[in-house]
Design a protein around this ligand. Structure first.
Ligand SMILES: NC(=O)c1ccc[n+]([C@@H]2O[C@H](COP(=O)([O-])OP(=O)(O)OC[C@H]3O[C@@H](n4cnc5c(N)ncnc54)[C@H](O)[C@@H]3O)[C@@H](O)[C@H]2O)c1
Length: 374
């Protein structure tokens, strides 16, 4: 029987989920069929338009009806952060599986509650960059020892959507509506990548800042920016080495500059999401006179690239990563391995960014990640 999908939210991520649900089976094959049962947004007119565009059977402006709908098996949550917890909790209580965008909660307490509510349902948090075949290749090279023993890691995530000083004050800068700033919005993606590569973060020492202390209000005057635009953290991994992570939503010119350098005893791997179809590898074992970074272009040797395209270097795109994510969820629903990160794993990703925020609040004190509580 087909798996019924209820999608709540039809903005940037809503469209990405809708396309992923439509495409996963066609691209990957061997997956259970899906039925695009009901799409929810407000106002109802928008929901109707988007349901027609994305091919959903019905439209609704009431997410409570969607999570209770007997035709829905999985709820995709792509609303602003403040709605994640109520929708997820209601969906899980109704016995539905849930795919929710990151960050899960508006606060760490929200995320903890969502992880607890998951029970035996299949849950998935929207960490699409983990699905990039080039990232998977970086992971494979590290595991195979191609750069030797990892002893240092530098990671960064830079965007410029809050770089302009004249941008008006919006909910993004208000703690009660956005929660964390850049850390919650994009820092979590960086943590998802580096902890997948290097294992858990044990402790952090951090500073955060607002690029501009206030922003102009549309009605005149200024309002204080209540969360961070920038964060810098020294992180100690449980594996016994340290690294440096930097996060900024005010980095002019950077659009999706999520990346890392892995420094090992034999070589280095460099990854940059703005060039998501390639990796740089330096191997000190190369012959003298021929040493240098080589560019590895993503291709059919890097699963599941071949499911999209047989030709190397022809390149996947952002929405393809969501298709891979949806395929993992469908495989899990069909009895395969559970997709990750589930809500419990997403809680651990968020625990690291809250540790960074708390270290900064405490004037740069070292914070043990395991001790972060709601
Ligand atoms: N994984 C990623 O790479 C990534 C990228 C961008 C955003 N996100 C996350 O996705 C989520 C949504 O972000 P976005 O950029 O898509 O936002 P968006 O503003 O583009 O879309 C949000 C949608 O939710 C709808 N909505 C709001 N209230 C609603 C309600 N009560 N009922 C039904 N629908 C409602 C809005 O009308 C809109 O269509 C956020 O949590 C964000 O952090 C993830």
């Amino acid at each position: 029987m087909a798996i019924g999908i209820g999608l709540v939210g039809t903005g940037f991520m809503g469209k990405a989920h809708a396309l992923a649900w439509r495409n996963a089976g066609a691209v990957m094959g061997g997956l259970p069929p899906v039925r695009l049962a009901v799409l929810c947004d407000t106002p109802l007119e928008r929901a109707r338009d988007m349901a027609a565009q994305f091919g959903f059977e019905r439209a609704s402006d009431d997410w409570r009806a969607v999570v209770a709908d007997p035709a829905v098996d999985v709820v995709s949550i792509t609303t602003p952060n403040a709605l994640h917890r109520p929708i997820a909790e209601a969906a899980l209580a109704a016995g539905k599986h849930v795919w929710c965008e990151k960050p899960l909660g508006l606060t760490f307490a929200d995320t903890q509650a969502m992880a607890q509510a998951a029970g035996d349902r299949i849950t998935l948090a929207g960490y699409n960059y983990l699905r990039n075949p080039a990232f998977a290749q970086a992971r494979r090279l590290l595991a195979e020892g191609r750069i030797g023993r990892l002893f240092h890691l530098r990671g960064w995530v830079d965007e410029d959507y809050q770089a302009d000083e004249s941008l008006p004050w919006t909910w993004r800068s208000r703690a009660s509506e956005a929660g964390l700033g850049a850390l919650g919005d994009i820092g979590v993606h960086l943590v998802s990548l580096v902890t997948t590569l290097a294992g858990p973060v044990e402790s952090v020492v951090a500073e955060t800042a607002a690029a501009y202390a206030t922003r102009p209000l549309p009605e005149g005057g200024e309002a204080a920016v209540e969360n961070e635009d920038i964060a810098s953290a020294l992180v100690r991994f449980r594996a016994g080495f340290h690294g440096v992570l930097t996060v900024s939503r005010a980095a002019w010119g950077r659009k999706s500059r999520l990346g890392f350098e892995l420094h090992g005893s034999r070589g280095m791997i460099v990854y940059d999401q703005e060039r998501m179809n390639e990796l740089q590898l330096y191997d000190s074992g190369d012959r003298r006179g021929e040493q240098g970074f080589r560019t590895i272009l993503a291709g059919p040797d890097h699963p599941p690239y071949a499911a999209f395209c047989p030709a190397p270097g022809h390149q996947l795109g952002f929405n393809d990563l969501k298709t891979i994510e949806a395929a993992g969820l469908l495989a899990g629903l069909a009895g395969g391995p559970c997709p990750s990160p589930d809500f419990a794993q997403a809680l651990e990703i968020e625990r690291v960014v809250y540790a960074i925020a708390r270290s900064a609040e405490a004037g740069g004190e070292r914070v043990e990640v395991a001790e972060v509580r709601a």
